[in-house]
Design a binder for this molecule. Structure first.
Ligand code: FE
Ligand code: FE
Ligand code: MG
Length: 166
């Protein structure tokens, strides 16, 4: 990272890198959770749900990339080992052991809600202290808000279909 680029960061670098590595652990786990969910999901609107889960998996992977690039820019080392995903995560991992659409949607909505809270808390800590990281986190946060909304909208449609067929 360039000299002036580093000078504009008014936050303890080590702590900042740790915050970003913890978020990186979440992004890897979200990616894996969505990717597996998209493969195993069964039930009503399966193709729609699988498509959305697959799309979200791709976006979580992009978030991981954004975090890794910023960690490196800050002079840090991104976590490089899957065991660190579980030891550093804020939001955890829920395996899609029940492949029915409803539990899969629910576990991913829960994950998105945790991601929204986690990123909001990071912004609270760093806003006014690191404009570049704040900007990156706002971009990721906007995606997580969209993810929650997308999954909740599918749940609403499934509920509506259930009423129609009852
Ligand atoms: Fe994400
Ligand atoms: Fe997400
Ligand atoms: Mg989507």
């Amino acid at each position: 990272m360039g000299k002036i680029g580093r000078e504009i960061v008014q936050y303890d670098l080590k702590q900042l890198i740790e915050l970003l590595n913890k978020a990186l652990a979440d992004e890897w786990l979200a990616y894996v959770q969505y990717w597996n969910g998209a493969k195993v999901v069964v039930g009503p609107m399966r193709t729609v749900v699988a498509g959305e889960l697959e799309e979200h998996a791709g976006e979580e992977l992009e978030h991981a990339g954004m975090l890794v690039e910023r960690i490196i820019q800050l002079g840090g080392t991104p976590i490089l080992t899957p065991s660190e995903w579980m030891s550093k995560t804020n939001c955890g991992y829920e395996a899609p052991t029940d492949p029915f659409v409803v539990p899969i949607l629910k576990q991913n909505i829960k994950g998105e809600q945790c991601a929204i809270k986690t990123y909001t808390a990071i912004i609270e800590k760093i806003k006014g202290k690191d404009p570049i990281t704040t900007h990156i986190i706002y971009k990721i946060l906007a995606d997580e808000v969209e993810h929650e909304e997308d999954l909740e909208a599918i749940m609403v449609d499934i509920e509506a279909a259930k009423k129609f067929y009852d």
